[in-house]
Design a protein around this ligand. Structure first.
Ligand SMILES: *Cc1c(COP(=O)(O)O)cnc(C)c1O
Length: 412
């Protein structure tokens, strides 16, 4: 490893077997959705111990498809955290509904259940918690909200699916959290629906890709919903390309103006390969988290990210370090210096009300004091499979040096 090369933030990791599998798919003559995608779906279902999995072209497409399935439309409200990637709220916009953004916890970066409770109205159709950095949200507490008769009775179903559920739908934006655990369950089998991302920087990547993981309660048939979503992921066409190649397979129907959001077999084999060695990948990510936390624990200015407690364990997606007492401007300066000294670091996330589109819609950052506080002192450090001990040392040294050199007004 060239010591002078900048340490990358989160490059993808493919082994020779995965690269070989891609070549095999290319040689097979079948490159789009087919047997490999269906196998990847089964493997995810087994891994998460959920009911059914549909692979799609991105988490964004998956989130939108589920909102549409539930009939979310203009006039409806969807509760989302102010602290997330824009995809979470953008899909609500696509449906014509309104994102009700709420503040986060102080100790982690996840949506505050208290804030959710205050935001629920008779227009609320969906709550979308986001497992930021791979750390699961407080799902028990979220579901317990429905034990409050007032909240349960406020729900106003407007279609058969909403009537059948009889309450607000919980869609977990689990873009970061495949492999995370909550209450002895894998993320993917906790919320009604969870959506994973396999984008290039995520823990498991297929370049671009995602999965809708179904876990809807009785009397829903997850198999039926899978079949419906599968059809809607390909133009609402009743036969996919593979079925059409079969004898007399040319004739099909279209049941809805569906999306073009299917996963390709080229992508799926990459996912299958990484899921097979995911325990090993997770182990290394956890080791990186432990190494960082052990090192930064010595410094009074460091607020370490929470990545496990008695019922949660993170997928260790993002190491989100916070610097006590730093201003946003000072944090930006520190980041520039770290980047200029050969270590790629990042910020996750600029809260949505700070972004032009949402600001112009009237969202005001002053309404989200904890999101702003956590954002303004946050630095995300590199975490990836190929990160070596030498590189970890360099990251730690560089961060410590640049923080200690910065003139921070301490508040300890
Ligand atoms: C990456 C990400 C998404 C979107 O995933 P894509 O697969 O790129 O569509 C959604 N939500 C969060 C929190 C993300 O980080």
């Amino acid at each position: 490893m060239n010591q002078n090369k900048k340490i990358p933030f989160s490059p993808p990791s493919f082994n020779e077997k995965e690269i070989h599998e891609v070549l095999e798919v290319l040689r097979s003559g079948w490159i789009t959705t087919g047997p490999k995608t269906k196998l990847f779906e089964q493997k995810i279902t087994e891994y998460c111990k959920c009911n059914k999995t549909l692979c799609v072209s991105s988490a964004t497409a998956g989130l939108e498809m589920i909102l549409r399935w539930f009939g979310v439309k203009a006039g409806d409200e969807v509760i989302v955290p102010a602290y997330t990637y824009c995809a979470t709220a953008n899909v609500v916009e696509h449906c014509g509904a309104k994102s009700i953004m709420v503040d986060i916890n102080k100790d982690d970066f996840n949506i505050s259940v208290e804030a959710i409770q205050k935001a629920i109205t008779e227009k609320t159709k969906v709550i979308m918690p986001v497992d930021i950095g791979g750390y699961p949200c407080d799902y028990n507490e979220i579901y317990q909200l429905f034990e409050d008769e007032k909240i349960k009775n406020a729900f106003s179903p407007e279609n058969e699916i909403q009537k059948k559920l009889g309450r607000i739908l919980i869609i977990s934006d689990a873009a970061h959290s495949i492999g995370a655990r909550y209450n002895n369950k894998m993320i993917g089998s906790v919320a009604d629906v969870s959506v994973f991302s396999f984008h290039a920087v995520k823990n498991i990547t297929t370049a671009e890709g995602g999965a809708i993981v179904l876990n809807l309660p009785e009397p829903f048939s997850n198999d039926d919903i899978y079949r419906y979503l599968n059809t809607m992921s390909l133009h609402g066409q009743t036969k996919d390309a593979l079925a059409k190649t079969n004898k007399a397979g040319w004739k099909y129907d279209v049941i809805g103006a569906g999306y073009k959001a299917n996963m390709t077999d080229i992508a799926a084999v990459l996912g299958i390969g990484q899921l097979e060695r995911y325990q090993e990948i997770l182990k290394h990510r956890k080791y990186i988290f432990e190494t960082y936390s052990e090192a930064f624990n010595r410094y009074k200015w460091a607020i370490l990210p929470v990545y496990q407690n008695n019922i949660k364990s993170s997928s260790c997606h993002l190491y989100m370090l916070r610097i006590k007492g730093v201003t946003e401007e000072k944090r930006d300066e520190i980041i520039n210096k770290i980047n200029n000294n050969g270590v790629s670091v990042n910020v996750h996330y600029q809260p949505l009300p700070m972004l032009s589109y949402y600001k112009a819609k009237g969202y005001n950052m002053n309404d989200y004091p904890l999101a702003f506080e956590n954002y303004s002192c946050e630095i995300t450090l590199p975490v990836h499979y190929a990160l070596t001990d030498d590189q970890l040392d360099k990251v730690i040294k560089t961060v410590v040096e640049q923080v200690e050199n910065a003139d921070i007004k301490r508040v300890d």
